[in-house]
Design a protein around this ligand. Sequence first.
Ligand code: ASP
Ligand code: MG
Length: 487
Amino acid sequence: MNGNLQVMKFGGTSVGNAECIRRAAEIVARAAGEGSVVAVVSAMGGVTNRLIEAAQASAVGDIGAAGNLAETLRQQHQGAIEILVGDGDKRAQLAAELKEIIEEVTSLCRGTALLRELTPRTLDAISSAGERLSARLLASALRELGVNAAAIEATELIVTDNHSGRAEPLISETRERATARLAPLLAERSVPVVTGFIGATVDGMLTTLGRGGSDYSATILGAVLDAKEIIIWTDVDGVLTADPRLVPEARTLQEISYNEAAELAYFGAKVLHPKTLRPVSEASIPVWIRNSFLPEQNGTKITATGHPTRRGVKAITAMSNVTLITVGGRGIVGLPGVAAKTFTAAASAQANVLLISQSSSGNDICFIIDSGDAARTVAELRAAFASDLAHKEVEHITVNADIAIVAVVGERMRGTPGIAGRTFSALGRRGINIIAIAQGSSEYNVSLVVEAGEMREVVQALHSEFGLQRRASRFESVESESALASV
Ligand code: ASP
Ligand code: MG
């Protein structure tokens, strides 16, 4: 629709208080001076959690939860209004709009407390209030800077299926609605400020895209509007070569591929919602991760090719708070359906399976899930295998919560021989025991399971083994082969 369009998404900390909202407005205003901008906002930091907690407290009959919620929301947002909006009338009008949303969500909580029942639809209606409030604040802050801006509810733009809490967009319907609604605004040089996280079914029932879903909102809109680029403004400098709390010399990556970014999102680098890149990768629309607190920094650009380097490895990620579950026993050899039964049990516990590995003899199937899902999963497994355990066909279901996953990530690892070898010998030299290994068939990562207590050392060792503290040279660059080979 507009070859000059930027979609800019601001995360919860980037609109965390009045000062941050003003900074976000300045970023949008600058871009709007040069081209078209659609802004997408998250709720102010912490608000969505508060809404969900109030909904859950109400569901167990806590009548006071609604009132407490209303008071905290009022304080937080009213405080921002007073700082952001100078004119008395405009301030009163904005306050009245926000008050209406707060009253709506408060009565939903009251109703929930009376019925002691929280349906997924009601939870969506409650948890979406934060974005409806913050979009109005950012639009007002933009108008204060002289930019024509309008808060828009994404229920008017993003059409989804009816899976409350984890809705998926219907792209062609969304393209139609979003274009019809936004094109006239953009034509008159107005900035739409859209609520992230939210959508609606074809017949208008509000849905949400899942926690952290505002990133996804931004790329859905960017894709259907044929944006030039999408910028995710957040509170970190971009995607790093490792978690800086584990590796102080970690660097910001200039450019990575969609595949690498997706792999990093999956393995714990929580910069992006895992589904974020789906809508844009086919159309090759670049996505930037940038720091709204340091807008002069470039950030990380995510593209189809992603600045490949000779080194192959781009980043090392680590994930703790995970649990290894092993289903094993000699009887498993040749016993049909054990894997199916195992993962059906994990699925009925709604556990997110992060990694799977099976020993070649078939004696053990092990997999890793979030520790929070472990108790439920083990209960499901014991029930599913009750008779096999009794007949000793399955000898044990064991649980090890004292582990971590470390993943070596990079698109060029495929076709770069020796990366797994270097990984294992770097750890072997340090006497580190590797509990299990998995390589994604995509070859974008090699993942290792190690003891939790050794995670930091493993990440540091691999980060320096692959020279990630130094800036990578471009694969296509004219640098000499030997210089490249030495990195
Ligand atoms: N506010 C929502 C959440 O906290 C969506 C988002 O921030 O992306 O999950
Ligand atoms: Mg977020």
